[in-house]
Design a binder for this molecule. Structure first.
Ligand SMILES: NC(=O)c1ccc[n+]([C@@H]2O[C@H](COP(=O)([O-])OP(=O)(O)OC[C@H]3O[C@@H](n4cnc5c(N)ncnc54)[C@H](O)[C@@H]3O)[C@@H](O)[C@H]2O)c1
Length: 317
């Protein structure tokens, strides 16, 4: 299995960071995978456990530890460090604690990895992207969040399962905040080229009535709460989502992924980070697309942006 050339540093060796490293090793997302954490015993154990499996992965290596100098020469840094969402806690409530962590962490990382692309996974990832871009002073395309890449994968799985079509043939996006104000873009959703709202079942009846669509949107929006209630964290799907983003960057793919970037006038929104379908390739986010939205979708986008703006401002960003 050929791995993508390049060095991936995953910061935070908790449930999420370890799963990012695991997915990256199995998928060959980067030739060099480095896992770091402030908890020495934890990171050493995770690195050992991952290394013990590398007979069965591709050529990628895994190393790690507590020293930020391990990030030297990184091409991409995925940040998962921080406190996690407790049952019932909203992502926005986490913001303060995790912003303070970034204020210490980012300058140290930038010293060793000044040319890297930085991907925020730590929640609330949109608000933290605004903070991170301001702390790092990098162009918006080089500091972005995994955003609704995970939520979009959840949506495509639900849609595909419902009608018995491969997820690979479903093109639909969740956009906006990675959190409570996120929403699906039904207007531009297609399955095998058929507009989603026109999809009919074998008996000719509409598969996606407004009630069905509302139910699916709600299921995606509350998915994390369900998983967290049952097992205390979400980790596998976000691990795969982050690995996919790493591949798009290191593989210079120019793939369209709904990552979260500080916007610069798209849909009239500035200085707020939220997810929109974006071209991701060499150097990070190369372009944020302005896909067609109906009036309802535009209103929800602006609601999401205002919620995120208020939250970033309450943190001083
Ligand atoms: N964006 C998404 O789609 C998504 C999905 C799932 C989880 N998350 C978020 O990812 C984050 C991590 O979740 P988790 O379940 O792995 O939590 P966790 O508590 O299992 O792990 C967090 C790790 O971060 C480490 N850490 C704390 N401060 C650090 C620092 N300054 N430098 C290095 N490491 C540090 C801790 O020691 C711990 O090992 C949370 O904020 C969670 O909400 C995001």
């Amino acid at each position: 299995m050929a791995a993508h050339a390049g060095k991936l540093v995953v910061v935070g060796a908790g449930a999420v960071g370890s799963s990012v490293a695991y997915a990256a090793l199995i998928r060959g997302s980067a030739r060099e995978v480095v896992l770091t954490d402030i908890d020495e015993a934890k990171v050493e154990a995770e690195v050992l456990d991952l290394a013990h499996g590398t007979q069965f992965t591709g050529a990628s290596s895994i190393t790690g530890g507590t020293d930020t100098a391990l990030a030297a020469g990184a091409d991409i840094v995925v940040i998962t460090a921080g406190a996690k969402q407790r049952p019932g806690q909203s992502r926005l409530e986490l913001a303060g604690t995790n912003a303070r962590i970034l204020e210490r962490l980012l300058p140290a990382m930038l010293e060793h990895a000044p040319d890297a692309v930085y991907v925020l996974v730590t929640n609330p990832c949109d608000v933290l992207t605004v903070a991170a871009q301001s702390i790092a002073g990098l162009p918006a395309g080089r500091v972005f969040a995994s955003g609704t890449v995970l939520d979009t994968s959840r949506l495509r799985w639900l849609l595909g399962e419902r009608i018995g079509v491969s997820r690979a043939s479903v093109h639909a996006y969740i956009v906006g905040e990675h959190g409570d104000t996120e929403f699906p873009l039904w207007t531009c959703a297609t399955i095998g080229g058929v507009p989603l709202r026109d999809w009919v079942g074998p008996d000719g009846s509409a598969a996606f009535t407004p009630d069905v669509l509302d139910g699916l949107a709600r299921e995606v929006r509350t998915a994390a709460y369900r998983v967290i209630a049952g097992k205390g964290a979400t980790n596998y799907a976000i691990g795969l989502s982050a690995a996919r983003i790493v591949e798009a960057v290191l593989g210079r793919e120019d793939a369209v992924l709904p990552v979260s970037t500080v916007l610069d006038g798209q849909y009239g929104i500035r200085e707020v980070a939220l997810s929109l379908p974006s071209v991701v390739g060499a150097g990070g986010v190369r372009r944020v697309l302005e896909v067609p939205m109906d009036d309802g979708e535009l209103a929800r986008l602006s609601h999401s942006a205002e919620a995120l703006r208020a939250s970033a401002q309450s943190l001083g960003y």
